[in-house]
Design a protein around this ligand. Structure first.
Ligand SMILES: Cc1cc2nc3c(=O)[nH]c(=O)nc-3n(C[C@H](O)[C@H](O)[C@H](O)COP(=O)(O)OP(=O)(O)OC[C@H]3O[C@@H](n4cnc5c(N)ncnc54)[C@H](O)[C@@H]3O)c2cc1C
Length: 433
C-alpha cells in the first residue's frame, strides 16, 4: 500500500502489519528482519515509514485505572482522543498533549511530544511512570526511571528505534471543567510577543500564532493565546460539527497572496490588545482536528513542517534572523506556531531545550529543500535543532551535530539488540543504522 506521514511527503510503497494480540506482534517481529513501528501516522515526515511497518492500531485496551491517584495502565495503540473521551467526563485530563488528539500513546512516547505547557510541565514522558516494550527478540520488558533506566531514556523520544512500545502506565491530572479560560494578547512584532511569553511565564498554557509573512516593523506579529483550566464543574462539551477536505486541493490554492490575505484577516479579527473567552478543551488544544484530512489542502505533492528550537540566550536574535529569511522567501505558511520551552529532560533524543520553538508548514515545491537547508545552517549557528517528528529531509551531519547524545543512544540500542531491527527511512538517512 502507499503510505506517508501527515505531510504526505515522502510517500512510499510499504507493507503495514497490524497485529491484534501481543503474540501476533511477537510473530511479526520474528518474521521481519527490519521494521518501523507506527501509531496513527501523525508524524509529518518519514519517521514511521519503512518497507515493513508494524502498526499498533489494533492494540487499544485499557488495562486498569486507579480513580484515587489517576494512574492509568493501557495499550500503546489507544489514542489521546479515545482517552479524553473516556476520562474528561470523569474529571481527568492528560498532563501534556500535542496539537492533535489523533496520536497514539506509543507515538506520544516515541516522539516525547510537548504541548503548550512545556515551560512548566515538560514533555509527555513526565507523566509516564513505566513503559512495556517488545524488544527485537520478542521479549516483553518493562522500563522506567528506576527499572532499566537506560532503555526508558532512549525510548522516550527514541522514535521507535529501541523496540515496539506495547503498553504504558501514565498519570492523569485532575480537572474541574472541560473548558479553558483563554486570554488572547495581540503582539505587534516579535519583541512584543517574546516579552509577553516572558511576563506570562506562570500561565499554564501558552502558544502564539505568528504571521511569518509580515516583515519590517511588523516582523513576527502574533496572537498569543494563554489558557487555564476553568473551574466551573462542567465536564462535558457540547458537540461541534467537523468539516472534512474530501479531495486533494489544487496546490496553487495556497500561494503567497492567499496566505498573506488569510494572515491579515486572522490577525485583524482580534480587535482589542487583550481579550478573554471560555472555550472547550478541543478548540483550545486541537483547533485543526475539526477539519478532517486538512493535509489535503496542500495538494498531491504534500508539504513539510519545519520545527526548530533556538536556546533562550540566542532566541530573540535567532528567531528574528530566521523569520526575516522566511519572509524574504515569500513561502510562509498560514500555520506558524511559536512556543516557549522550559528545561530539557534526560531523554537522549527528546527535542526541547530551554528557549523558543517555531513550527511552520511549507508546501512542497521546487527549490524548497534548498531554502530549508539554508534555514538548517542558521538554526545550527544559533545552537538550535530540528524536531525529528516533523522531519523528512534533515542531513545526517545536521542531526549528529545538534543531538550530541546520539552515540549513547546507539550504544543503548546495541545493548538491547535494536540496531538494524528497528529502522525507518528517517533513521537510515540520519545514520542511525
Ligand atoms: C496537527 C498536528 C499537530 C501536532 N502538534 C504537535 C505538538 O504540539 N507537539 C508535538 O510534540 N508534536 C505534535 N505533532 C506531532 C505528533 O504529536 C507526533 O508526531 C506523534 O508522535 C504522532 O503519534 P502517532 O501515533 O501518529 O505516531 P506515528 O506518526 O505513527 O509515529 C511517530 C514515531 O513514533 C514511533 N512509534 C509510533 N508508535 C510506536 C510504538 N508503539 N512503539 C515504538 N515506536 C512507535 C514511530 O516509529 C515514529 O518514529 C503534531 C502533529 C499533527 C498532525
Amino acid at each position: 500500500m502507499r503510505l506517508s506521514g501527515w505531510g504526505r511527503y515522502p510517500c512510499i510503497d510499504a507493507d503495514l502489519i497490524e497485529p491484534t494480540t501481543l503474540s501476533a506482534a511477537r510473530e511479526s517481529l520474528a518474521e521481519l528482519a527490519s521494521l518501523a513501528p507506527r501509531g496513527l501516522g501523525r508524524s509529518y515526515g518519514d519517521s514511521a515509514l519503512a518497507e515493513k511497518i508494524v502498526g499498533t492500531r489494533q492494540l487499544r485496551h485499557l488495562r486498569s485505572f486507579d480513580e484515587s491517584s489517576g494512574v492509568l495502565d493501557c495499550d500503546a495503540g489507544i489514542s489521546l482522543g479515545e482517552l479524553l473521551n473516556l476520562f474528561v467526563p470523569r474529571g481527568w485530563f492528560l498532563p501534556v498533549t500535542p496539537g492533535t488528539k489523533f496520536v497514539s500513546i506509543g507515538g506520544a512516547i516515541a516522539s516525547d511530544v510537548h504541548g503548550k505547557n512545556h515551560h512548566l510541565h515538560g514533555c509527555f514522558s513526565e507523566c509516564v511512570d513505566s513503559i512495556e516494550i517488545m524488544l527485537a527478540d520478542g521479549q516483553l520488558t518493562r522500563c522506567s526511571r528506576t527499572e532499566q533506566p537506560d532503555l526508558f531514556h532512549a525510548t522516550c523520544g527514541g522514535m521507535g528505534l529501541t523496540g515496539l512500545i506495547v503498553g504504558a502506565r501514565l498519570r492523569l491530572r485532575r480537572i474541574e471543567s472541560a473548558y479553558i479560560t483563554q486570554t488572547t494578547h495581540k503582539a505587534a512584532n516579535l519583541d512584543e510577543v517574546v516579552a509577553l511569553f516572558d511576563s506570562h511565564g506562570s500561565a499554564t498554557y501558552s502558544v502564539a500564532w505568528i504571521d511569518c509573512l509580515a516583515s519590517g516593523k511588523a516582523l513576527g506579529r502574533s496572537l498569543l493565546m494563554l489558557g487555564e483550566h476553568a473551574s466551573d464543574g462542567e465536564l462535558s462539551l457540547s458537540p461541534k460539527p467537523t468539516l472534512s477536505i474530501p479531495l486533494d486541493m489544487p496546490s496553487t490554492l495556497l500561494n503567497r497572496y492567499s496566505v498573506q490575505a488569510f494572515n491579515e484577516l486572522y490577525y485583524r479579527r482580534i480587535r482589542q490588545t487583550e481579550s478573554q473567552q471560555r472555550v472547550g478543551y478541543e478548540s483550545f488544544f486541537y483547533p485543526l482536528d475539526s477539519i478532517r484530512q486538512w493535509n489535503r489542502l496542500y495538494g498531491k505533492r504534500g508539504f513539510l513542517q519545519y520545527q526548530f528550537v533556538i536556546p533562550k540566550a540566542a532566541g530573540l536574535e535567532g528567531m528574528r534572523a530566521i523569520l526575516q529569511r522566511i519572509a524574504a522567501s515569500r513561502r510562509g505558511s498560514f500555520l506558524a506556531v511559536l512556543k516557549a520551552f522550559g528545561a530539557a529532560n534526560d531523554n537522549l533524543l527528546s527535542f526541547p531545550v530551554e528557549g523558543y520553538t517555531l513550527a511552520l508548514d511549507f508546501k512542497y515545491e521546487t527549490n524548497l529543500l534548498e531554502l530549508l537547508s539554508e534555514l538548517d545552517a542558521m538554526v545550527l549557528a544559533y545552537g538550535g535543532r530540528l524536531y525529528l517528528s516533523k522531519d523528512a529531509r534533515m542531513s545526517e551531519a545536521t542531526f549528529k551535530h545538534s543531538y550530541p547524545h546520539w552515540t549513547r543512544f546507539q550504544e543503548t540500542r546495541a545493548r538491547y539488540g535494536a540496531l538494524h531491527k528497528f529502522a525507518s527511512l528517517q533513521s537510515r538517512r540520519l545514520g542511525l543504522d
